[in-house]
Design a protein. Structure first.
Length: 614
C-alpha cells in the first residue's frame, strides 16, 4: 500500500500534504547535565585537575520517537560516549580522558533530537580547571657566595592556576617560609619568590632547591629548579699534636711536632705560626715549617708557651685554638733579673735570685766571690715564691761588713731535671758618692739675704744640701736641702763672715763639698750686689726647699801661694767667687793649728787659710 497522507486545507489557501507521522511526534525534554556523582551542573563544571578524567552525564526525558543524545565540545562531536535508556530516560555519559591545559574554558554541550525537522534540545557547561605549574627557574645564581653575608635569590614559577606556592629547600630540609616573599603577576599565572638568607660555611656543596606546586592539587607533580651552592668562607683552623709524645713529660732536648688542620674555600693561601700571640720567627729560632706542619727541634725552656697557627685566604684569616707546650727543663736565670746592688758597709740588702724552672720544686745555693778573691758558701735555700710563669725566686739577706764582703754573688738552682748549667751572677758593689755640684756662685746679697746657685747633673733620687757656718763664732747657723742646686738664705746678722758648703746627696752618701766664703753687707748703703736682688727678710716660694734663714755676702780671698790640686774640697781662687773654685787637699785643710770643736773639717780649713793671712 502506498503511504497515507493527510490533506490540510486552510483559510482559502492552497492545500498542502505532510506525512501523518510528523503531526504526531513529541520533542524530547531539555537535557540535564550531571557530574559523576549525579549532581546537577548549572553552567560550569569543575574545577577539574589537569591530567584527570572528566565524566559528564546527560539525562534526557520524553520525546517520541525516542531521541538521539550526543555530546560535542564546541562544534566537534565527541565519540567517547556511553548510551543507555532507563525508564523512559535517555542517558549519555561522556568520558574525557586526561584533561589537558587546552581544556580550560572548554564548553561541553549535550544535545537531544528526535527529528531533523526541529532544533535539537541542548544544555551546555563550561569547564574550569586546576593547572599544574609548567616550570620553575632560579634567577640570580652566582658563581659563589660569601659565608656570613646576606644573599638574595629569586625563583619564578609559571603556568599554575591558581597561582603556585613556592617553597625553598636546602639539602632536603625546608627553609622557614618567613625567609621568602612572594608576588603574583597581573595575569595570575606567574609567581615570583624572593629568598633572603645568610649562607654558612657548612652550606658549601649543598643543593638549594626551589619547588613550585599548585595548592589545589596536593600530591600532584611539582616543578623545581636546583642550585648547587659554592660558599666561600675564611679558614676554619685547628691545631693538633703531630707526633705521639707524652705531653705531660716533654723534657728539654725533645723534638715536638704540630699539625695545622685547615678547612677553607677557596683554597688555602698562607699558613703562619704564632708563639704567645706573636709571630713565631720573632721569638724562636729552633723550628722548621713544612706546608702545614711545625717542627720544634730540641725544645728548651724558651719553647714553653702557647702555640697557634693562622690560615688566610681571600675571605679572611682565622687563628686556631692555642695549644700549650710544657717543656720540663733545668732552671735558667730570669732574663729580667737584677744583677747589681749597691750598698754601704753594714747596710742590709735583700737580694733575690729568680729562675725559670719546670718542675717548680727548686732548691738554691748561694756563694760569694769576694773582692779579696776568696770564695765562700753562704747558704742553701728553698724557693720562696713561684708565679704562674714558672718563675721561682729565692731571697737572701746579705750585709757587707768590710771590703772583702763586696764582690759577686752566685746563685745556683736545682730541680728534678738537674742542676742549672750557668749560675745567676749578682754583683754587690760599695756605694760611691755622687758627683759634686759645680759652677757655684753667690748673688743678690743684701744686709740679710743672698742666693746660692750651682749647676749639677743630679741623677734621679738625688738632692742637694747646703750648710752655712759663721766663722767668727764657729757655729752652724743653717742647714737645708733642695731638689735643685739653688738656695735662698735669710736672717744672718749684717757684716757676718760665713762659709757655705754645697753637697749632692744620693740618699746614702754625700758628695765632696763645694766651698764658698762670704759675708753679709754691713749696712743698707752698700746696696744689692746685682740687679733683681731679694730684699731683706724675703723668703723663696715654699716649693723650692725647706729653708733655714741665713744671708751672707761673698768676699774675695787672695791666696799667698798656689796650693797643689788634690781631690777634696773646692775653694775660690784669689780673683773671687765669680770664677770656678780651685780644689785643695782636705788633708792640708785639716792640718792647721788649733781646730775648733764642733765644726766641720772644711770650716776648720777656712779658719786655717784665714790664719795664713787670707
Amino acid at each position: 500500500m502506498g503511504g497515507a497522507h493527510l490533506r490540510v486545507l486552510g483559510g482559502g489557501s492552497a492545500s498542502s500534504t505532510q506525512p501523518w507521522q510528523a503531526l504526531f511526534k513529541v520533542p524530547p525534554g531539555k537535557p540535564v547535565i550531571l557530574d559523576e556523582n549525579l549532581s546537577v551542573l548549572n553552567g560550569t563544571v569543575g574545577p577539574s585537575d589537569e591530567g584527570m578524567l572528566l565524566i559528564l552525564n546527560c539525562h534526557v526525558s520524553g520525546g517520541k520517537p525516542e531521541p538521539r543524545v550526543m555530546w560535542r565540545q564546541g562544534s566537534t562531536h565527541l565519540h567517547h560516549v556511553f548510551h543507555r535508556s532507563e525508564q523512559g530516560v535517555k542517558k549519555a555519559t561522556l568520558h574525557v580522558r586526561s584533561l589537558r591545559r587546552d581544556h580550560l574554558g572548554a564548553v561541553f554541550t549535550c544535545e537531544a533530537t528526535n527529528s531533523n525537522l526541529t532544533r535539537p534540545a541542548a544544555t551546555s557547561v563550561t569547564l574550569s580547571m586546576n593547572l599544574k605549574p609548567v616550570h620553575a627557574v632560579i634567577r640570580g645564581k652566582q658563581d659563589f657566595l660569601s659565608a656570613e653575608f646576606r644573599a638574595e635569590v629569586e625563583c619564578e614559577a609559571e603556568g599554575s592556576l591558581p597561582p603556585a606556592l613556592v617553597s625553598w629547600w636546602l639539602d632536603g630540609v625546608r627553609l622557614n617560609a618567613s625567609l621568602a616573599q612572594s608576588r603574583v603577576s597581573a595575569a595570575g599565572n606567574v609567581t615570583t619568590s624572593l629568598l633572603g638568607f645568610v649562607p654558612r660555611a657548612r652550606d658549601n656543596g649543598r643543593q638549594l632547591r626551589c619547588v613550585a606546586a599548585n595548592p589545589k592539587m596536593p600530591g600532584h607533580e611539582e616543578v623545581a629548579d636546583v642550585w648547587l651552592l659554592q660558599v666561600h668562607y675564611k679558614p676554619r683552623v685547628s691545631l693538633a699534636w703531630g707526633n705521639r709524645v707524652n705531653r705531660s713529660s716533654i723534657v728539654q732536648g725533645t723534638d715536638v711536632y704540630f699539625e695545622c688542620e685547615v678547612d677553607a674555600n677557596p683554597r688555602l693561601i698562607e699558613v703562619s705560626w704564632r708563639f704567645e700571640g706573636h709571630e713565631l720567627a720573632s721569638r724562636l729560632t729552633n723550628f722548621i715549617v713544612s706546608n702545614q706542619s711545625l717542627a720544634l727541634r730540641g725544645v728548651q725552656s724558651a719553647n714553653s708557651g702557647h702555640y697557634s697557627c693562622v690560615a688566610a685566604n681571600a675571605e679572611g684569616a682565622a687563628e686556631s685554638n692555642r695549644v700549650f707546650l710544657r717543656v720540663q727543663h733545668l732552671p735558667v736565670c730570669d732574663p729580667d733579673l737584677r744583677t747589681k746592688y749597691t750598698a754601704a758597709r753594714h747596710e742590709e740588702l735583700r737580694v733575690h735570685c729568680s729562675v725559670l724552672a719546670d718542675p717548680w720544686n727548686v732548691s738554691f745555693h748561694w756563694s760569694l766571690n769576694g773582692s779579696s778573691g776568696h770564695r765562700r758558701d753562704l747558704q742553701w735555700a728553698l724557693s720562696s715564691t713561684t708565679d704562674s710563669r714558672g718563675l721561682v725566686t729565692s731571697y737572701l739577706r746579705y750585709t757587707p761588713r768590710n771590703e772583702s764582703d763586696f764582690g759577686t754573688l752566685s746563685c745556683s738552682a736545682r730541680n728534678a731535671i738537674g742542676l742549672m748549667m750557668r749560675p745567676c751572677v749578682i754583683h754587690v758593689v760599695p756605694v760611691g758618692p755622687p758627683k759634686p755640684p759645680h759652677n757655684c756662685n753667690v748673688s743678690n746679697q743684701t744686709m740679710g739675704a743672698l742666693r746660692v746657685d750651682c749647676e749639677g747633673g743630679a741623677e734621679p733620687g738625688h738632692s742637694f744640701l747646703l750648710e752655712v757656718h759663721e766663722l767668727q763664732r764657729r757655729r752652724l747657723v743653717a742647714n737645708m736641702s733642695s731638689a735643685t742646686p739653688s738656695f735662698w738664705v735669710d736672717d744672718v746678722p749684717p757684716g757676718t763672715k760665713c762659709t757655705l758648703l754645697v753637697y749632692a746627696f744620693n740618699g746614702r752618701v754625700r758628695s765632696e763639698p763645694v766651698l764658698l766664703s762670704t759675708h753679709t753687707l754691713a749696712n743698707a748703703a752698700q746696696g744689692f750686689s746685682e740687679p733683681g736682688a731679694v730684699p731683706v727678710n724675703t723668703f723663696i716660694r715654699p716649693s723650692a726647699a725647706w729653708l733655714v734663714p741665713a744671708y751672707c755676702r761673698p768676699f774675695p780671698i787672695a791666696l799667698q801661694s798656689p796650693s797643689p790640686s788634690l781631690p777634696g774640697v773646692h775653694v775660690p781662687d784669689q780673683r773671687g767667687l765669680r770664677r770656678r773654685p780651685r780644689a785643695i787637699p782636705e788633708e792640708r785643710l785639716l792640718g792647721h793649728r788649733g781646730p775648733s770643736r764642733g765644726l766641720t773639717p772644711l770650716l776648720n780649713a777656712v779658719l786655717f787659710w784665714q790664719h795664713r793671712g787670707l
